[in-house]
Each structure stands twice: as C-alpha cells, then as structure tokens.
Design a protein around this ligand. Structure first.
Ligand code: WTA
Length: 635
C-alpha cells in the first residue's frame, strides 16, 4: 500500500510530484489495488462542463478491495467491531471472512429480488452491523446506494427516494440511540405513500417493536438471508464496475431548498478514501479505528466503511451517543476495544466538556494514539481539551477539513508527521491545490490573507455530478468562479501557508456538524398556517457551533409565543427532521430588504449574533425602521 509520508519533507516532495505529474503520481498509487482491468488513462478533466474521469477504462469492484483481497492474509482479523447503544449488550466482531460472507449473502438476497447494477437502493437504518453489510452488498452487485440518515422525516425520505427513483429500501423496525427508540419502519411506511418507484423493502429487526409488513413488498431481513445458499452466494463473482460507474448518491443541503444528490464513482472514491485514511491518521496495521459518525453522513461512508476496510483496518461502529447512559460512554468504548484512532466532531467534544472533566479523567485510555476532528471549525478550547483531557497530552490531533462533495479529506495535518496548529487544518494533501479568492473571483496571493476557498484541479474523490441534474452541479460548484471548484467555505492562510477554515460563506448552516440549508428550513417554517415569510440565520452556539435563529412574519395570535414556537418546530421536524429545529424564533412585522426585495441576511445575522454596533448602513433598505423593531424584540 502507498508508503506513508512520515515527515514534512516527504509530504512536500509528494505534494510537488502530485502537482507536477498527477497521472504518474496517482497511477502508481492506484497500481496497488485489485483491478479486473487496468485503466487506459489516469485523468481526463474539464471544470467547465464539468467532467472529471479518473482511471477511465479500468474495471473493478470496490468490495473486492475492501474484503476479498484481505482474505488470504487477514481473513481471521477483525474487520468490524460493533458496540451497542446499551453497555450491557455484548459487542459483536466480524472478521474479514465473516464480513465477506455476510455481504455475499445479502448481495444474493438483493439479486434474488431482481436488484441489479445501476438500480438505486435507499438505506434507512440505525447503526447496526447490517447497515454496513447492506451498503457493501449494494456495492457488491453494482446497485447505487443512497443512505438516508435515520433522523430525517418521512417527507425528507420520500423526497430523496423520488429524486433517486429508488427501486428498493433497506430499513430497520426501529433504532436505538441514547434513551430514544426511533420507529424507522413507520417513517418508511409513511414516506412510501408518496413513492411509486419502490418495489421491495427489507426490514432488519433491531428493536422488536411491532411493525406492519405489506405483503409482496416488505421482506424481513432474517427471512431473506435464510433463503440464500451460503456457498452459492460466495461463489457469485462481484459485479464488474467501470471506474466511473456511480458507487453511491448521498443527499446534502445546499443554498436552495432542495437537497442535492452528490454522486461518487467507484475507482476515484476508492483510491481517495484509502489514501486519505492511511495518510491523515498515519494508520499502522493492526490499529483499531473508531469513527463516531453515523453512516448516514459522508464521514461514516468514507471513514467507517470504505477507507478503513480498503486498508484492511479494524473499524469500530458505535450505535449510541457520547452521553448515554453517561458522559463517559466514548471513553468506555475506547478502553474496552483498545482503540488507536478516535475520529469525532467538535460538537461531541464540546458537549463532553460541558459534562465535566471528572468523566474523562477516570479513563487513562492508554491505547489511543491519534485523535481526529471533522465537520465544523474546532474552537481553541475544544482543541486543547481534546489534546489534554482525552489524549492526555500524548496523542496527535488531526484537524481534517473536507465535504460530502470531496469524498474524503482535502486539508489536514498528518498525525505526528507534519505540524499541527490548534484550529488549523493546515496543509493540503497531495493532489489538492487550494486557493483563496475575493468576491470577484480574483486570486488572493501571499500569506496572512483570507478569502473564499476554492480548489484548482480535481483530486480522485471529487463529486462527479448531482444526481439527475448535472446543470445544478455545474451551477453550484463550478460557476461561481469559472475554472475552479468552489467549496462554499471561507478560509484564512497564515504566515506558514497553513489553512484555517472559518465556516460557510453561503446560505448553509452547520449545526452540530450537520449541514442545513437556510432555504430548506424557511420553506418548512412557511408551511405553518399563518406564517407569511421567514428568514433563517445562524448564530454562535456553545455546543452546536451554530444555532438556528428564525425571524418569522406571522399573521395570527402571538400572545402565546411558546406554543407558536413549538408549533413551528413541529412542522420543521415533520418536514425535515429534528436536527433542523430552530433554537430561537422571533416574530417580526417585516424583514430588512433591499429595494429590489432581497432579504439582507447580513443584518439579520449581526442581530442574531448580538453584534449590534456593526450593522452597517441600513438607510438603503426598503423600510429601515424594521431594523429597530427587530433589535428591540431580539431573543
Ligand atoms: C465544515 C463533512 C472546519 C465545512 C465531512 C464544510 C469543517 C462542511 C471541517 C462540510 C474542519 C468540515 N474545519 N470546518 N475540519 N470539516 N467542515 O458535507 O464548512 O457534512 O464545508 O462533510 O463542514 O460538511 P459535510
């Protein structure tokens, strides 16, 4: 496997090589995977169309790289360790051989119902091993998986299922998460009343709650696999995939109301997740890797499943939450399974800081070597706490910046090999050429500068399109600054050329590490009877990073603000999911608008942040008086 860049010099050398001759660089790395056929050309690209093709002409199946190729040497090594939400319930371990077998069996169950290459399959499950098995089984037969986070509402599920025109769903009766027991199948039943494309639903029983099964459509997971002949299933070869065949769709929020289906393809994504996993964490064979994300998000796809498994690592999958039943649950899991790498989000760190140091201080966690953070900017307090209290001052911290669209990490320090700097993601990985631009798209040169973060050329893991709407992909990522991929993030570059990501500069919020489009939330709030218009902005929140502040024009009785807020949030939960609920709701009689009718979000943001001294010029507004009224009614 690719040798590790284990100091700054070797990183700098690899970086130069990757930019000078990308085809030679990535060709050499790709040579180390299992291919059914090698590529004709390493890279072909054009950001105008946009069109990006890596390893064109090659054929492969990613699951052979994640499973089969490890069988001769590591067949009996643990591939996946699963830890329950309930500390009393025994954990489960799948060796590479067992995981391979389970994937082959469920792949056959899918085939038995006629699911084939190119079909879209939505997966809506809790964090059980069967979720990993379902994802890999889809990849095995070439079905395009689209995992939907278990917190999304029926409406969100049906929007995604319809957009993907999925033919099947894999779900659970319910999911355990902390003290909660979430009825997933009920949500699916409701969602499917609005979806005509779905012909089959598999149901894995986790919570054993009562569910209804629609005859002819719904199948129990246990029945489906009982009907499969194991030996026969293992003998079926994995589907041959072209390098640029879609591997999965993952929906993510953007500036408009409708989530986009980000499409990743087989070969480039495989190479990128593998490369970034091994390099960023400086992975050593035998290490146990614990990524606390949910597989419903990109972090779970890339760093619970594909990255670690392609590297032959042991990946730990945790069903629960950091604070249930008490705020030492992560530390217990780390000690119980002797975790080497812990990869989590600043939100989790901040909530654990809030629980008090006594919890983490009781756990020595001697196995820990590398700590990773992802999903949102990490504040200095959280960084130092992570380093001192969790890592006991002896573990490396990697601050990994990336996005659903980038497939894997783009900017990070390499654990122990390149310098870290609190709150900085630091340097780009080989193949990644970041630049900062101003609003007009002019490049900002030099150091100690800030601007909008763009990337100049494709890396293997870049998104290829947005499902069913290539134009949208072009408009969203490649048109703001022609010739560049625009990340939607702002960043600064320090005197050493290290990058610090400062947060989104578009209409996307990052609440507890979850991306939420302001337009999506506004559309949901506007469904509440009596709401005429609304505007959403983010404001600094101690634990969530950003909280949601909603300004609402409401025609109706406003005497009971509490129940109005509750009613509005119920609609948001039902339309999107509880993660998008507003933290503060303020009823206003008008919104600050320009004469052309555009809402001045900058002003609303400042008010929500409490930065009243720096509102700027409000005299050009249609109705300047509305600003004073909003300030007076601030929540
Ligand atoms: C933010 C998650 C600062 C950023 C992998 C990005 C970060 C968005 C970091 C993508 C980091 C992610 N430092 N900000 N280390 N990592 N972000 O698509 O705003 O869920 O654009 O992917 O999270 O969120 P997404």
């Amino acid at each position: 496997m690719p040798s590790l860049m284990n100091n700054l010099e070797s990183r700098n050398l690899a970086y130069l090589q990757s930019l000078e001759n990308p085809e030679a660089f990535w060709g050499e790395i790709a040579d180390q995977f299992t291919w059914k056929r090698k590529w004709d050309k390493v890279l072909d690209w054009n950001f105008e169309t946009p069109s990006v093709r890596w390893f064109d002409g090659a054929q492969l199946n990613i699951t052979e790289n994640c499973l089969d190729r490890h069988l001769p040497d590591r067949g009996n090594d643990p591939a996946l360790i699963w830890e329950s939400n309930n500390p009393q319930e025994p954990s489960k371990t799948y060796t590479y051989r067992e995981l391979h077998e389970a994937v082959c069996i469920f792949a056959q169950a899918l085939r038995n119902e006629g699911i084939a290459k190119g079909d879209r399959v939505c997966i809506y499950m809790g964090m059980v091993p069967e979720l990993a098995i379902a994802v890999l089984a889809c990849a095995r037969i070439g079905a395009i998986h689209s995992v939907i986070f278990g917190g999304f509402s029926a409406q969100s599920v049906s929007d995604r299922v319809n957009d993907a025109q999925a033919v099947a769903i894999i779900t659970c009766d319910g999911a355990f998460r902390g003290a909660k027991d979430i009825a997933l199948k009920t949500v699916i039943d409701e969602a499917l009343t609005q979806c005509t494309s779905v012909k089959k639903v598999w149901v894995y029983q986790r919570t054993n709650t009562t569910i209804s099964l629609l005859s002819g459509r719904d199948i129990l997971w246990s029945d489906a696999i009982a009907a499969v002949d194991i030996n026969q299933a293992i003998a079926v070869p994995a589907e041959i995939m072209e390098a640029e065949d879609p591997l999965f769709i993952l929906y993510t929020s953007g500036s408009t109301g409708k989530p986009k289906g980000v499409v990743h393809t087989c070969a480039g994504y495989m190479v990128w997740t593998h490369y970034t996993f091994t390099q960023a964490f400086q992975y050593q064979p035998g290490w146990i890797h614990f990524c606390t994300a949910d597989i419903g998000w990109i972090t779970g796809h890339s760093y619970i499943l594909y990255g670690p498994l392609s590297a032959g690592a042991t990946t730990l999958m945790f069903e629960g939450t950091p604070t249930y039943p008490s705020p030492n649950r992560f530390w217990e899991v780390v000690e119980k399974h002797r975790v080497d790498i812990l990869y989590t989000a600043p939100t989790a760190i901040r909530s654990l800081i809030g629980a008090g140091d006594e919890w983490v201080e009781k756990h020595a966690m001697p196995s820990l070597k590398v700590l990773g953070t992802v999903g949102e900017p990490i504040n200095a307090e959280a960084w130092y706490w992570y380093h001192e209290k969790v890592g006991k001052g002896r573990c490396e911290i990697v601050d990994t910046w990336w996005q659903t669209e980038t497939g894997g990490v783009l900017i990070t320090n390499l654990a122990g090999a390149t310098p870290s700097k609190p709150t900085y993601a630091t340097l780009p990985l080989p193949g990644v050429e970041p630049l900062l631009v101003d609003e007009q798209g002019h490049e900002i040169f030099g150091n100690n500068v800030s601007g909008n973060l763009c990337i100049r050329r494709p890396w293997p893991g870049i998104l290829r399109t947005t499902w069913g709407d290539h134009e949208r992909c072009k408009q969203t990522y490649f048109s703001t600054y022609p010739g560049l991929y625009f990340t939607g993030d702002g960043a600064l570059r320090d005197e050493n050329g290290f990058y610090r990501i400062t947060g989104r500069v578009d209409d996307v919020l990052n609440v507890s590490g979850h991306r939420i489009g302001t337009a999506e939330v506004e559309n949901a709030i506007n469904l509440y009877p009596g709401v005429v218009e609304s505007a959403i902005v983010g404001y600094p929140h101690d634990i969530k990073g950003q909280g949601i502040y909603a300004y609402v024009i409401y025609q109706g009785d406003t005497t009971d603000r509490e129940s109005l807020a509750k009613g509005i949030n119920e609609v948001v939960s039902k339309t999107i999911g509880a993660i998008a609920k507003a933290d503060k709701i303020q009823v206003v009689s008008g919104l600050p608008k320009t004469r052309s009718g555009k809402i001045m979000r900058r002003i609303l943001r400042k008010i929500a942040e409490g930065e009243l001294a720096s509102l700027g010029d409000t005299t050009t507004l249609l109705d300047p008086a509305v600003v004073d009224e909003i300030i007076a009614g601030r929540r």
